[in-house]
Design a protein around this ligand. Structure first.
Ligand SMILES: Nc1ncnc2c1ncn2[C@@H]1O[C@H](COP(=O)(O)OP(=O)(O)OP(=O)(O)O)[C@@H](O)[C@H]1O
Length: 265
């Protein structure tokens, strides 16, 4: 369903992602975990069309989408729940939903797929907040709104960038449950998480990204059976020094040095 092949990408001439490959079958949850700056959001942004890859392939059900404009990637069936939710502070919940539903309602007048009513059934808490503005919502409600907005784009592949960041444990658990249920109903999920213990709860497969390279990609059952292996990779990845200058035992192939990248805004 979602295939990423030897993807290289970065900013301002520097490279952040080095030959990243992932293969996510329909209805599976692929978690991508890694430390701050490992390249997780860059990967998600490449798939969503927000960052143009240098090289490599991204396919949705066999259709190449790498380098396409975000709206065309969305049309190919990709929905993004961005890090930090990015809801509009001055728009109400109802306005967010109507705006998100409009283009797709025009395309499928029969109301197939996700409708506002179906989304509110799934997320009843939003129904009780329809007149609230984005800046009047709690973090959990904003996250639910961000998910609702993505669902109204009728995604077959849902990209979630740290959806539980900053949420109270019970709300974070509710969001994970929700993501798990979406996958069980057939949506393919690419889930970015910093916390491996959260990712293993719902993922079918876990990949660890370190300095823009996939250094671990195994079924989540294996990670559950041996959480120490992934935790060790993550704690090793926490060392600030560039790996090329300091080879570390037990870590797969050391990636190249990080290049200094001017920020591209
Ligand atoms: N727009 C940009 N311009 C230049 N460099 C960027 C840009 N966005 C990200 N980077 C750099 O790319 C690298 C990877 O960043 P990215 O946001 O993909 O990491 P991440 O794993 O998602 O981190 P976090 O967990 O902190 O969100 C970092 O060194 C970051 O500074």
């Amino acid at each position: 369903m979602l295939r990423i092949e030897r993807l290289c990408a970065g900013y301002g001439g520097g490279t952040v992602l080095h030959e990243v490959s992932l293969d996510v079958p329909p209805g599976a949850v692929q978690a991508v975990v890694g430390r701050n700056g490992a390249g997780k959001s860059t990967l998600v942004h490449c798939v969503a069309g927000l960052v143009r890859p240098h090289t490599g392939r991204i396919e949705i059900s066999g259709v190449p989408v790498a380098g396409r404009q975000p709206h065309r990637v969305a049309r190919a069936g990709v929905g993004l729940v961005p890090q930090g939710r990015r809801v509009f502070s001055r728009l109400t919940v109802a306005e967010h939903l109507v705006l998100a539903a409009a283009p797709w309602r025009a395309a499928t007048p029969g109301g197939e797929g996700w409708t506002v009513a179906r989304v509110l059934e799934l997320l009843p808490r939003l129904g009780a907040r329809l007149r609230h503005r984005g800046d009047q919502l709690s973090g959990g409600e904003q996250q639910m709104l961000a998910i609702a907005r993505a669902l109204l784009g009728q995604p077959r592949v849902l990209l979630l960038d740290e959806p539980c960041e900053g949420l109270a444990p019970d709300l974070a658990a509710r969001i994970r449950e929700l993501v798990g249920s979406l996958a069980r109903s057939g949506t393919t999920v690419l889930l970015v998480e910093q916390q491996i213990r959260h990712a293993v709860e719902i993922a079918d497969r876990i990949a660890v990204l370190e300095y823009g390279r996939v250094v671990y990609d195994r079924p989540a059952d294996e990670a559950r059976a041996d959480p120490g292996a992934v935790a060790a990779l993550l704690s090793v990845a926490a060392v600030a020094e560039p790996p090329a200058s300091r080879p570390r035992p037990g870590v797969p192939t050391a990636p190249g040095p990080r290049t200094d990248r001017p920020r591209q805004e």
